[in-house]
Write a protein that binds this ligand. Structure first.
Ligand SMILES: [Zn+2]
Ligand SMILES: [Zn+2]
Length: 307
């Protein structure tokens, strides 16, 4: 987890603070006036004048929508001098983010629980409270499009934008970062369990440096389908080798393989579980996180080869 940034309580200073941290922001009016480009900015208009969105000089606040988002301090200063009460928008994909947006008014909290039961506890990330009872869980963008509303009350925001603290929610509450209130750049990869099925990582190819068997020599009996067979030591090593941002995913991956191989009689589940739990502890996962993840791997649909 990276160092947190203190965000000023006033919107103009807060916008500048995000930009200084490298976050592209743009102003969003409180009344959410929809984006409309003036004729100079509308590519379909005969009056269009070619220019980059963030270099727009026309002065109409809604021109270019979030495409105008910028880290330019002078522009941000001008925008919020003109409209000191404007909320702070951050386009997700342009900032390299994908955000799980949970709206409890539409059942998002129940959906989130169901989702974690199915897919495992989501990797920890800096959480934003929306001021209206909702939650934002920002992750690194997986690099391709995600379904918009996969579950009731849950939205995967990627092509769109989110408001950032201390923006004012329609209900009057303010957005804020949970916990210590500091903003942290998302650093965890998008949870692989939430990827569209076709994009989920398969069994990774063994890295050449750790390949134990000569290519033309005697190879151990592989899994049906030609994947390599994992030993307990391999699975433990897989967790130990994971980068900080990926250790939840690595653990869950190893847990899935453990269940799969034990069903085929190729591993002892109790031994493997013990090995993985101690690996989890040594990379900093809590016991309850690891236990929940290991157990959910047993019932995970779709990642079990036979399905
Ligand atoms: Zn314009
Ligand atoms: Zn323009």
């Amino acid at each position: 987890m990276n160092v947190g940034i203190e965000i000023p309580a006033e919107l103009p200073a807060a916008a500048a603070a995000y930009a200084a941290a490298g976050i592209k922001v743009f102003r969003v009016r409180r009344n959410k006036t929809p984006y409309a480009n003036c004729p100079r900015c509308d590519k379909n208009s005969s009056l269009y004048v070619q220019h980059r969105p963030e270099a727009c000089q026309c002065g109409v606040p809604t021109c270019h929508g979030f495409w105008a988002a910028t880290t330019d301090p002078a522009l941000i200063h001008r925008w919020w001098r003109e409209e000191p009460g404007a909320n702070i928008g951050a386009p997700c994909k342009l900032n390299g983010w994908a955000v799980i947006d949970v709206d409890p008014r539409n059942g998002g909290d129940r959906s989130l629980q169901a989702l974690e039961q199915r897919a495992g506890v989501l990797p920890g990330t800096g959480m934003q409270l929306t001021g209206g009872g909702g939650l934002h869980l920002p992750y690194l963008s997986p690099g391709f499009d995600l379904p918009g509303e996969p579950f009731p009350g849950i939205d995967f925001k990627h092509n769109g934008y989110i408001l950032l603290a201390p923006s004012v929610h329609a209900s009057g509450g303010r957005y804020r970062w949970a916990g210590d209130g500091l903003f942290r750049q998302p650093s965890e990869p998008w949870p692989s369990a939430l990827l569209p099925r076709k994009e989920r990582p398969a069994v990774p190819a063994p890295r050449p440096a750790r390949q134990r068997f000569p290519v033309y020599g005697n190879r151990p009996k592989g899994r049906p389908g030609g994947g390599r067979m994992w030993t307990v030591a391999d699975l433990v090593q897989h967790v130990m080798d994971a980068s900080t941002g990926n250790r939840n995913n690595a653990f869950f991956f190893a847990a899935c393989r453990a269940h799969e191989l034990s069903e085929q009689g190729l591993l002892d589940l109790i031994d493997t579980r013990a090995g993985l739990m101690s690996a989890a502890a040594s990379v900093g996962l809590t016991e309850s996180e690891a236990r929940a993840s290991f157990d959910s791997a047993a019932t995970r649909p779709g990642d079990r080869g036979a399905a």
